[in-house]
Design a protein around this ligand. Structure first.
Ligand code: SF4
Ligand code: SF4
Length: 396
């Protein structure tokens, strides 16, 4: 395992993100046995940083994480949690909410604590005197219940500069979305440099963009396989970040033991990218810059009056845009009619909630048109079935 030195602490550069644990598709229950197995493998491989947040997985991520860590000495790992100011619509008892997180995590302090998802949308809440969030959280730090304070950020560069300048000495690190696709697409390069120049540590979320860079389209993947047929797509995403010296932690939302094992291999040593590899990653980024940059964070889903699976629909949209033939149409056909893109009533709630600033209603409108006007998988399937039966000489 490669480690970062942050204020004298030895932190594994691979951090375990706890927002994507495997769940039962019907009940939504977290597969605790799988979480335990993943943590066991990760810890044996040197991972000592675990990141959760109050709302992850319907509020159950904190509990599942605590359960998986309960047999390990508290001082043997670093725990990070987040305050959900971005989800508040009226003031709450911040101290009580904070203590609830401590309780669910089975601890009496957090090594790292973040204000969750600061953006142009949430900054008003975070700074509203009636909400009293920042003073309360700073108080928790003064009382020793938080060792290091930071924030996760989904806003624009202008806001990032303002926040860093307004709160000098308050925050020690910033968690940003950074990967070789967002390096230019979402100005991650600028954000990295601004945070570094401010003397703060950079934490990275969406290292492989919700799995997108771990499962590249075939053309892109084969470009990487030309360098090393055994290296995973994900390994290049992490190696790109490892080359950035001020990236202290790279989070990966692992949900399979095989992913943990693959990531551990990538973090055994720091193997800098060659110039050719780096150039190829940026070429791939250009290939991927079609469609919309949905990370499947699901922040938009809770408030959708039609209860649409928005990230799923956007994934279909992106597949349509990247030339995946009838596959995305087939996936849409698998949905009941009331869950398809045409069911969107264009209320706009999702667009406000989206940290990627995606115009979801317009995109779903376009997807509904694509779906309505294009060929259907069911027709193709019927035609193929007919062909097959003809070939077999049977009508059975
Ligand atoms: S605009 Fe459509 S997808 Fe978005 S919240 Fe409203 S109904 Fe749901
Ligand atoms: S549309 Fe935006 S908020 Fe919704 S899942 Fe995608 S990135 Fe997240």
């Amino acid at each position: 395992m490669i480690y970062s030195d942050f204020h004298g602490m030895k932190i594994s550069r691979l951090g375990f993100g706890c927002m994507r644990f495997a769940t039962d598709p019907e009940t939504g229950a977290i597969d605790q046995e799988k979480v335990n197995a993943m943590f066991k493998t990760a810890i044996a491989g040197g991972v000592n940083y675990f990141d959760t947040a109050y709302p992850y997985l319907g509020g159950n991520s904190e509990i599942a994480m605590a359960e998986a860590l309960k047999d390990y000495p508290r001082e043997s790992y670093f725990l990070a949690d987040k305050f959900p100011g971005h989800s508040l619509v009226s003031p709450v008892d911040n101290i009580q909410l904070f203590h609830r997180s401590l309780e669910k995590c089975g601890t009496d302090y957090f090594d790292f604590y973040l204000l969750h998802n600061i953006s142009e949308y949430s900054i008003k809440t975070y700074e509203d005197p009636d909400y009293h969030i920042i003073p309360d959280i700073v108080k928790m730090k003064e009382e020793g219940k938080i060792r290091h304070l930071g924030f996760s950020f989904h806003g624009g560069i202008g806001l990032l500069k303002e926040v860093l300048s307004r709160y000098q000495g308050v925050f020690e690190f910033v968690q940003i979305q950074c990967n070789y696709l967002d390096w230019t697409l979402q100005k991650a390069k600028e954000a990295y440099e601004i945070i570094t120049d401010a003397g703060l540590g950079v934490w990275v979320m969406e290292s492989v963009r919700g799995g997108k860079l771990a499962n590249l389209p075939e053309k892109a993947s084969s470009m990487l396989k030309a360098f090393d047929p055994d290296a995973s797509d994900a390994s290049y995403g992490f190696r790109f970040l490892q080359d950035l010296p001020n990236v202290v932690v790279m989070l990966s939302g692992m949900n399979e033991v095989s992913q943990v094992e693959d990531n551990l291999k990538t973090f055994e040593t720091h193997k800098p990218l060659s110039e050719a590899e780096r150039k190829t990653l940026f070429e791939i980024a250009e290939l991927l810059k079609q469609g919309v940059p949905c990370t499947a964070c699901r922040y938009c889903c809770d408030g959708c009056p039609m209860e649409l699976d928005i990230p799923f629909l956007l994934d279909c949209y992106n597949s349509c845009k990247t030339g995946s033939g009838l596959i995305p149409i087939m996936r849409l056909e698998g949905l009941p009619e009331e869950k398809r893109p045409a069911a969107c009533i264009q209320c706009g709630q999702c667009a406000h909630a989206c940290p990627q600033h995606i115009d979801v209603p317009a995109t779903l409108n376009e997807l509904a048109e694509i779906f309505a006007s294009g060929a259907k998988w069911s027709q193709t399937a019927q035609a193929r079935d007919d062909e097959m039966r003809k070939d077999l000489g049977t009508n059975a």
